[in-house]
Design a protein around this ligand. Structure first.
Ligand code: NAP
Ligand code: MG
Length: 405
């Protein structure tokens, strides 16, 4: 079979533990036999981050900005225990954080659905994509305990020395105090990413905050979105027949639960953190959640939403058979290759990506799945649990059939 050609290299970011093992297997079994793969390779595995003093992550992010499309394997975010385990000289920052900051991007998460795994919410028929603003608010807050009686004030000193001062509270007893901030520029980037992603995927966009209570802070988010929509995106939305819809977060929660799915729900940082866990759990499994980082100027980084699946890796190291679900990582590859194909005008590459996803879904629908899904699956299907390699080989068989059809 003639291999499918590529023009521009994909930025390939390798990672850690079980997902690093999956990465190699997916490439060997499902990609390299079919695609004349061109990548610029960056090893974001923890040993290489340590060796390069994390320069490799910064370089990978720069390459993502240069070429536009990257595919990333899950990576370890070091904590104290990892510093000991890998004998690190420093607790290196989360690679995802570094890449997100470099791209000024928004993360979109969507579940992969199959008919035999029913969402906990019975009305959901299509995926709900969560767009989380990954900057500021409580994640960059300043806070402390108030020791006792006294006055708390919010003070801003302008560059010209002008002071804005407001009393927060006259404390009569001990308590807690917190300040949060965000920037118009970051909110605007978030809004651009959301509108563009809605257009690219032809889905409605919902946005919700608590603007009735937060009359300056959340109201700013609401107004920036509204203004940008009217000025830049309304015509394209109308042409595609999709809508932009703002509502109060309480109302949004009720509507989401009653909906059929099939839209993007944009949320502030904290709301997005919490709601994405709620939505992904209700859809079934973390192993089936895809994730893509989109910058306001249209750069993409595709990955799985889950981590490096450490517990499976330790079993793998002991020589035990593992049944780790590769679906989200496969969809990271297909998403990245499809986007590369679209940007470089390579219909054969787009077609390959579509068929790789179709073959993966067909394998699951035929009842061949990894252990994690068997327990969630409708028993009527009589699912068979297989190890990771056999699962990938079953996909390959179906992919070959689709490609030669
Ligand atoms: P995790 O790797 O997502 O795994 C948590 C548990 O979920 C697993 O132990 C496994 O459950 C199940 N699971 C997740 N993905 C699966 C898959 N593909 N197939 C089958 N089961 C799957 O999260 P974690 O254990 O909290 O974190 C491990 C490491 O990943 C950490 O070092 C963390 O820093 C890193 N991490 C990286 C990213 C990223 O790069 N984007 C994201 C999150 C975490 P069972 O063991 O019960 O089978
Ligand atoms: Mg969370």
């Amino acid at each position: 079979m003639l291999k499918i050609e590529m023009k521009t290299p994909l930025v390939e970011m390798d990672g850690d533990e079980m997902t690093r093992v999956l990465w190699r297997m997916i490439k060997d079994i499902l990609i390299l036999p079919f695609v004349d793969l061109k990548t610029e390779y960056y090893d974001l595995g923890l040993p290489e981050r340590e060796r390069t003093k994390d320069k490799v992550t910064v370089d990978a992010a720069a390459a993502n900005k240069k070429y536009g499309v990257a595919v990333k394997c899950a990576t370890i975010t070091p904590n104290k225990q990892r510093v000991e385990e890998y004998q690190l000289t420093e607790m290196w920052k989360s690679p995802n954080g570094t890449i997100r900051a470099a791209l000024d991007g928004t993360v979109f998460r969507a579940p992969i659905l199959i008919p035999s795994v029913k969402p906990a919410v019975r009305t959901w028929e299509k995926p709900i994509t969560i767009a989380r603003h990954a900057y500021g608010d409580v994640y960059r807050a300043t806070e402390y305990r108030v020791p006792g009686e006294g006055k708390a004030e919010l003070l801003f000193t302008g560059k010209d020395g002008q002071e804005y001062r407001q009393t927060v509270y006259d404390f009569e007893c001990p308590g807690v105090l917190q300040s949060q901030y965000n920037k118009d520029s970051s909110i605007l980037s978030f809004a651009h990413s959301c509108f563009r992603f809605a257009i690219a995927t032809k889905q409605d966009l919902w946005f919700s905050t608590k603007d009735t209570i937060s009359k300056q802070y959340d109201q700013t988010f609401k107004l920036i979105f509204e203004d940008l929509y009217e000025k830049e995106y309304k015509a394209q939305f109308e042409a595609l027949g999709i809508t932009y819809f703002y509502t109060l977060i309480d109302d949004a929660v009720a509507r989401v639960i009653r909906s059929k799915g099939g839209f993007i729900w944009a949320l502030k940082n904290y709301d997005g953190d919490v709601m994405s866990d709620m939505v992904s759990t209700a859809f079934g499994s973390l192993a089936m959640m895809t994730s893509v980082l989109v910058s306001p100027d249209g750069k993409y980084e595709y990955e799985a939403a889950h981590g490096t699946v450490t517990r499976h890796y330790y079993r793998y190291l002991k020589g035990e058979e593992t049944s780790t679900n590769p679906m989200a990582t496969i969809f990271a590859w297909s998403g990245a290759l499809r986007k590369r194909g679209e940007l470089d005008n390579l219909p054969a590459l787009v077609d390959y990506a579509d068929k790789l996803e179709a073959a993966s879904l067909k394998t699951l629908n035929d009842g061949i799945m990894t252990k994690d899904l068997v327990s969630l699956c409708d028993p009527e299907l009589h699912p068979v649990s297989v190890n990771t390699e056999d699962f990938l080989l079953a996909i390959k068989e179906r992919l070959c059939a689709l490609l030669s059809a």
